[in-house]
Ligand binder design. Structure first.
Ligand code: CA
Length: 228
């Protein structure tokens, strides 16, 4: 059994659907409709992950996460958001939130994201932290990367950006988000991201002019596509 997931969602239909899919994947699920009840459950039951809707009666999902982190609780959190401004709050607060899905989402996507937050939360000294995609291997603990067995010479930021993208495959990030999440900058010149992506492509793409791994999403930003 992959473990217990605490779910906080006040929409009964969404809650039932999420529970169904998580259960199918072998997770145990405890569902709550109020933020404060979910907070107590997470602290008391020590689940492997928590799925928190942001719009909850009582205490909202972001507040639940904030209080967890205040208490030193590192339970991986997947947020469920209904609005863009909530995404801004998640990213801006840097709570250590691992991921989010935006409503409406497919239940399969949500289960996939839960798996990803669990993988990212794995301790740095386990093999789980090694990111492998085809011939590309990124080792965040050792801060080394190699392609087809040859070490990649990457700057610190290039490494951070590559490790971040490979850890979030299939997900598009804006330049603004990448500045925030990789550089830790709340504002800054977004062309910094563009330049680093170009340099990374020159190092990891067979043909940097038609990249297969780091895709440009027009009007959005970039997305890492798994090659395997
Ligand atoms: Ca809600």
């Amino acid at each position: 059994v992959p473990g217990l997931v605490v779910l906080a969602e006040d929409d009964p239909a969404v809650s039932a659907l999420v529970r169904l899919y998580l259960t199918r994947d072998g997770f145990g699920v405890e569902a709550y409709t109020h933020g404060d009840a979910a907070l107590q459950a997470i602290l008391g039951r020590r689940p492997v992950a928590a799925v928190l809707d942001i719009g909850l009666p009582g205490m909202d999902g972001i507040e639940v996460c904030r209080r967890l982190r205040e208490r030193g609780d590192r339970t991986p959190v997947l947020f469920v958001t209904a609005r863009d401004d909530e995404v801004d709050r998640i990213l801006g607060l840097e709570l250590g939130a691992d991921d989010y899905v935006t409503k409406p989402f497919s239940p399969r996507e949500l289960v996939l994201r839960v798996g990803l937050v669990l993988r990212h939360a794995a301790p740095a000294d386990t093999a789980a932290s090694l990111l492998v995609d085809g011939g590309l291997r990124v080792d965040p603990a050792a801060r080394t990367a190699e392609l087809d067995g040859a070490p990649l010479a990457l700057t610190t930021r290039e490494f951070d950006l590559l490790a971040f993208l490979v850890a979030h495959p299939g997900r598009a990030f804006t330049r603004e988000e990448l500045l925030k999440l990789v550089w830790g900058w709340d504002f800054g010149d977004q062309s910094t991201v563009t330049v680093h992506v170009r340099r990374l492509r020159e190092k990891i793409e067979k043909d940097p002019t038609s990249p297969l791994r780091i895709a440009t999403i027009w009007g959005t930003g970039y997305r890492y596509d798994l090659s395997s």
